[in-house]
Unconditional design. Sequence first.
Length: 112
Amino acid sequence: MDMINMKFAQGGSTVSVEVPAGTTLLEAAHSNGIALEGACEGSLACSTCHVVLEQATYDAVLASQAVADEENDMLETAFGLTATSRLGCQVIATEKLQGASVRIPSNTRNTA
């Protein structure tokens, strides 16, 4: 099984992780003890797993993992939304994320 190496940046610290390809960013964070809320457990019903990708990574991921209308609707409720924001439950670790840095915003907005 291919392993994907990436970094999660949060609150001034960075954690390097290695996860199997096919893992969502939310699952990757949880399996490595990284605080990424995911209140709806990945069911696309909140924005608490909001992450920010670097522009080049966002562009590469977008080529194969388009942002669905439902994700866009949830992103509109996210704290600190940027042009390269995605929901961690919707982004799957592939070779396009190899070596990428994923930033977790300092706050979340749980509207549930």
